[in-house]
Design a binder for this molecule. Structure first.
Ligand code: NAD
Ligand code: KPL
Length: 305
């Protein structure tokens, strides 16, 4: 019997991964918050994945964090702001050779998790796949993409990449995962806050070319200072390419705000500003953007952390 995949967080990405792993016949367990959620999940009869209009339900066994089963392979699929506390609850269940796969966007949460569970190997992921919930325990696979996985501390790829192959999860082992995470963070910082503040789709930023260019210049300076020159290369061109390619889409931060959900600002723009301050780097436009976004979130009654 192969090592079970414990999936923490039954949201969009957690369900997308759990359903595909289960579809491949791999052992999967879904960890939900508490007994009430477990009852609701069991009543639903499993996780439903909607792909190209076709819905399929997978009866992945559910459990609460208190379940005594040891955990050797944990996919952390919570939002960045929930990851550390959610993993901390599971710490007593982790085996001495446990491996965690961290799907969180941005930076900061990965280090926080790793500090909580120093005995575990923590592997970071950066994904361009897209999924959203259209009901409880139901997820729509909206955008096919790719997931890069890597461990900044150990370049050797884990054996379970074979499971991802079997589950047809497009992926690649990356020896420069930090560069990928920084690059994605920079893209998100240049695009997402402005879509919220200008109340527009990604394509709407074509009318704010100068503002985008100024932010890209400051973000590139930050990346250079952080020892990530590869992430800084042609940043503005890449940002403009993404704005053009995703012109009709609303950014993830725009969608969070529109749905009155907490954003991951602290792990994106907040992280960029914190690191800049640590390096005594003066990035006025980036700081001003953060202030404007924080003020906007407060005006909507949303948290700014
Ligand atoms: P989500 O909000 O849909 O799902 C998170 C789930 O975690 C929720 O069901 C929540 O209840 C659960 N959770 C939180 N704390 C928990 C706890 N203590 N115990 C058990 N469950 C807990 O979020 P998502 O969209 O799947 O995003 C997860 C991460 O992946 C984010 O960092 C996001 O930026 C990133 N990401 C998402 C997408 C996407 O298309 N959805 C794409 C790329 C990256
Ligand atoms: O990742 C994104 C998001 O919306 O979070 C893109 C499309 C790159 C915009 O920053």
């Amino acid at each position: 019997m192969s090592t079970p995949w414990h999936v923490l967080g039954a949201g969009s990405l957690g369900t997308l991964w759990a359903a595909r792993l289960a579809r491949a016949g791999l052992p999967v367990r879904l960890i939900v918050r508490d007994v009430t959620r477990l009852r609701s999940y069991e009543a639903a009869g499993g996780l439903t994945l909607v792909e190209q209009g076709q819905a399929s339900t997978y009866a992945v066994p559910g459990q609460t964090p208190d379940n005594p089963e040891p955990i050797r392979r944990l996919l952390v699929a919570c939002k960045a702001y929930d990851a550390e506390s959610a993993v901390a609850r599971l710490a007593p269940r982790l085996t001495t050779d446990a491996e965690l796969i961290l799907l969180q966007n941005g930076l900061g949460s990965q280090d926080a998790v790793a500090t909580r569970v120093p005995q575990a190997r923590c592997i970071s992921a950066s994904s361009t796949e897209g999924a959203f919930r259209d009901g409880d325990w139901r997820v729509v696979f909206a955008g096919h993409g790719f997931t890069w996985l890597g461990d900044a501390g150990h370049p050797v790829a884990p054996i379970w990449l074979d499971d991802l192959e079997a589950a047809r999860i497009p992926h690649e082992w990356s020896t420069d995962i930090l560069t990928r995470l920084w690059r994605k963070l920079a893209l998100n910082c240049a695009i997402n806050p402005l879509t919220v503040l200008h109340n527009c789709r990604n394509g709407g930023l074509q009318e704010h070319h100068c503002e985008v260019a100024t932010l890209c210049a400051e973000l590139a300076e930050l990346l250079q200072r952080c020892g990530q020159p590869a992430a800084a290369e042609n940043l503005q061109q890449e940002v403009e390419r993404v704005i053009h390619a995703t012109a009709a889409n609303y950014s993830s931060m725009y969608q969070d705000v529109a749905n009155q959900r907490r954003t991951e600002i602290s792990y994106l723009l907040g992280h960029a500003c914190t690191v800049a301050a640590r390096h005594q780097l003066n990035l006025p436009h980036l700081n001003q953007l953060q202030q404007r976004l924080v003020t906007h979130l407060h005006s909507l009654g949303l948290p700014s952390d």
